[in-house]
Ligand binder design. Structure first.
Ligand SMILES: NC(=O)c1ccc[n+]([C@@H]2O[C@H](COP(=O)([O-])OP(=O)(O)OC[C@H]3O[C@@H](n4cnc5c(N)ncnc54)[C@H](O)[C@@H]3O)[C@@H](O)[C@H]2O)c1
Length: 334
């Protein structure tokens, strides 16, 4: 591979801006060759943010064939996955995909199967895994049994219904807050406690006056049973008038750890009386982007902490929760 990794982007909205600003934009060993978005103005904006490098496209296959990236960033809303992955998979290119990897299991499973068959390098945007706070708690849990965890994302929801705010509030576009946003906490729960066996979820509706197109839940409470026998409760709300936040509290047989804030700052208390505080990093997108670019250059995983198979599992839990909300049943995972 040449000194610089050539990158193409499919979807050029807000999250790409964050990756460019924090990480990719300053990496000396990447080259921006293609920007694809159904809204060319979004692609033009991202292109301008890297000094006008690369070509704007509205067709992903055309971008891959003309700009010839070494790796692709798939940065699409949940409902838009499937066709983009198909054209990337056809060309057997390594890719980074933002969370959640899909809105349904059929799409995610098809991509996961092709990734496995072709042994492709992938990374999913669960950046929380790269935090020192998470690594520390994960290490501590290795020498004790996980017991309980609870946490989630609580807030007011979008202030305006344009841009991301428009698709986010439509259940058939975002999959709902649990699938789209609390997916970070789902992945963190899996990262710390392991795989999930069953899911039971309750939806809360009708807390506020909403426009007709607002079809997601106002809130939800999701009960997880882990394969190792531990239990978890994950909550989401987008109707609160008071401060909510992002949080996760984890109890092991010899530890309590409380993560707070989007940056997952942690306060740990061990059974031996030790107190450990670790502040969340400011440059988390840079850390996960570095791991992906280094792995593309090495043509093997040299630091990616969440791959497509992890994205599939988080999506499976969220889809099971959606099914449970709709049916009132406990859903057993495969
Ligand atoms: N890791 C994080 O913390 C984090 C934060 C924000 C968003 N995200 C995720 O990133 C994804 C994108 O979110 P966003 O904030 O950038 O949304 P956005 O609405 O700002 O941008 C999405 C872009 O995708 C484009 N698009 C839609 N369908 C397309 C298609 N078929 N081909 C090409 N372009 C298409 C849209 O025109 C839009 O410009 C979501 O899944 C979201 O959950 C992750």
């Amino acid at each position: 591979m040449a000194d610089k990794v050539k990158l193409g982007f499919i979807g050029c909205g807000g999250i790409v801006k964050s990756h460019l600003k924090q990480g990719l934009g300053a990496f000396p060993d990447v080259e921006f060759v293609g920007w694809c978005d159904l809204r060319p103005e979004a692609a033009e904006e991202r292109k301008a943010e890297v000094g006008g490098k690369g070509t704007v496209y509205t067709d992903a296959a055309k971008m891959l064939d003309e700009a010839k990236p070494d790796a692709v960033y798939i940065m699409l809303p949940p409902f838009a996955h499937g066709a983009a992955e198909d054209v990337v998979l056809e060309r057997k290119l390594p890719f980074f995909v933002e969370k959640p990897v899909a809105i349904d299991m059929k799409t995610a499973q098809k991509v996961a199967d092709a990734v496995k068959k072709n042994n492709l390098l992938t990374s999913v945007g669960y950046m929380t895994r790269y935090r020192q706070s998470v690594q520390k708690v994960r290490d501590l849990l290795k020498s004790q049994k996980p017991v309980l965890l609870h946490g989630g994302w609580l807030g007011a929801g979008p202030k305006t219904y344009d841009g991301i705010g428009k698709w986010w509030v439509q259940k058939d576009k975002s999959g709902g807050q649990f699938l789209e946003q609390t997916t970070h906490t789902i992945d963190l729960a899996r990262c710390l406690f392991g795989d999930v066996e069953s899911v039971f979820a309750v939806a809360v509706h009708g807390r506020k006056e909403r426009p007709e197109f607002f079809t997601i839940e106002d809130a939800s409470m999701v009960q997880l049973k882990f394969k190792n026998g531990a239990a978890g409760n994950l909550y989401s709300a987008c109707c609160l008038g008071t401060a909510g936040g992002v949080m996760l509290t984890v109890f092991g047989t010899a530890m309590r750890a409380s993560f707070t804030g989007w940056e997952n700052t942690v306060a740990i208390q061990t059974a031996g009386g030790e107190k450990i505080d670790i502040k969340g990093e400011d440059n988390i997108f840079a850390l996960e982007d570095r791991a992906f670019i280094d792995s593309v250059k090495a043509e093997k995983n040299v630091g990616i902490l969440a791959d497509y198979a992890d994205g599939l599992k988080a999506t499976e839990i969220a889809c099971a929760a959606n099914e449970s909300m709709a049916t009132g049943k406990v859903i057993q995972l495969a």
